[in-house]
Design a protein around this ligand. Structure first.
Ligand SMILES: [Zn+2]
Length: 397
């Protein structure tokens, strides 16, 4: 019987130490090294520029496949996946990073059961990997529109092979249109998918390991809670724990908060926080850090690129957990242990730790990352020279 609280990892209370100031407010946190189970590294100059900031605090990172080694390409084949993995480790080696990577293949009409067999073999021999589903509509999110829908993948025998061989499905679960072909507004897309498309997937493949990526709506959190087998998990981003649709209107940095699925309202945040701070091992930190050059994040909301760049994601998670008085073993579970547990990876070593503390000057929002070859920068979520920066107190050291 699956126990959502059980993690066979020893005494968790000593996995985090919080130093408080005279007012009882957290000033310094030393904790087990976290992992980021949802990251975008892009390609080329951008990949090299963001690699250090994005990998810094993490033990494991999962690299999404919607950008390959070249602009406009996807990681669509086993060969692509191995080449992308090679590039990640090359950058890790050059920067003396000790991070390990999970790599992914974009679900397309090329993702046959034979490909799944190969992936199962890689997984069994020490190369963790998975399949990522994107909405088959162009424009739904960055580089969507290359793939097949889930019913097509079922017809190809791909989902059955994944279920049988234990290859995980990572889902960007949003419906772009309803059953009558009407285009859905962004705030309704994730909820519509969970109500109308997800039940078929879960019921047809009950043993398929599914991660609902960047879960943003109540039916997504509920789907995780309802599956008592433990086969369904979700990643939750810092932006979906901290910000609402109101911030997309009011904030001077609203463009940098635009991501898909779009942030929702206080009720969704309430449920997300309740789940993530419950200790339940099915809720996993996945930042969805998604760098775009500043030139693509400008203009009106309908034209600017989707994706929040969050090299400061751990500091943002800390703010969210501090708001629930949960800076204890629950933060360690969510950010450092639940991910490796679901991926059957070794837990980070007990003495492998990160330090978060308040910087001597300024706040926890890092300066933009420069990309000299592009004469441009990538701006972290919430960074502004204006006076409405979000409250981010900590920095990772
Ligand atoms: Zn993503």
């Amino acid at each position: 019987m699956f126990d959502p609280q059980l993690l066979e990892v020893g005494d968790l209370t000593t996995s985090i130490h919080v130093t408080r100031d005279v007012h009882g407010v957290a000033a310094k946190i030393v904790m087990r090294r976290p992992s980021d189970l949802h990251a975008h590294f892009r390609f080329g100059n951008v990949m090299e520029a963001v690699f250090g900031p994005q990998t810094g605090p993490y033990r494991y990172l999962l690299a999404m496949p919607n950008n390959g080694l070249e602009q406009g390409t996807i990681v669509g084949t086993v060969e692509d996946m191995l080449a992308y993995r090679w590039k990640l480790y090359e950058l890790a080696h050059a920067s003396e990073s000790k991070a390990d990577f999970i790599v992914t293949i974009y679900l397309t009409d090329q993702t046959t059961p034979a490909v799944i067999e190969q992936m199962a073999w890689f997984q069994a021999t020490g190369t963790p990997c998975a399949i990522k589903y994107y909405p088959p509509h162009k424009g739904a999110t960055t580089n969507s529109g290359h793939g097949v829908d889930l019913k097509e993948a079922a017809k190809m025998g791909t989902l059955a092979a994944m279920q049988q061989l234990g290859v995980r499905l990572l889902g960007h679960f949003e419906s772009v249109t309803d059953q009558n072909g009407r285009e859905l507004p962004h705030p309704e897309r994730a909820g519509y998918f969970m109500k109308n498309e997800y039940p078929w997937l879960r019921e047809t493949f009950p043993s398929l390991k599914i991660c609902i990526e960047h879960a943003s709506v109540k039916p997504a959190y509920q789907a995780v809670l309802d599956d008592e087998s433990g086969n369904t998990v979700c990643t939750v981003t810092p932006q979906h724990l901290l910000f609402t649709a109101r911030d997309l209107i009011d904030r001077s940095w609203r463009n940098h908060l635009k991501c898909m699925p779009i942030v929702q309202g206080p009720a969704e945040i309430e449920m997300a926080l309740a789940c993530c701070t419950s200790g339940d091992r099915r809720f996993i930190a996945g930042t969805d850090t998604a760098p775009h050059l500043s030139q693509y994040k400008q203009g009106t909301m309908d034209v600017c690129a989707s994706g929040c760049y969050t090299p400061h994601a751990m500091a943002l998670y800390v703010e969210a957990f501090a708001g629930r008085d949960a800076l204890d073993h629950r933060l360690v579970r969510f950010s450092a242990l639940n991910g490796p547990a679901w991926w059957d990876l070794e837990f980070p070593q007990f003495d492998d730790r990160i330090v978060l503390r308040r910087p001597d000057v300024g706040d926890g929002i890092p300066d933009p990352t420069t990309v000299p070859s592009e004469s441009d920068v990538i701006i972290p979520l919430g960074w502004t020279t204006g006076d409405d920066r979000p409250h981010v107190r900590f920095r990772c050291f």
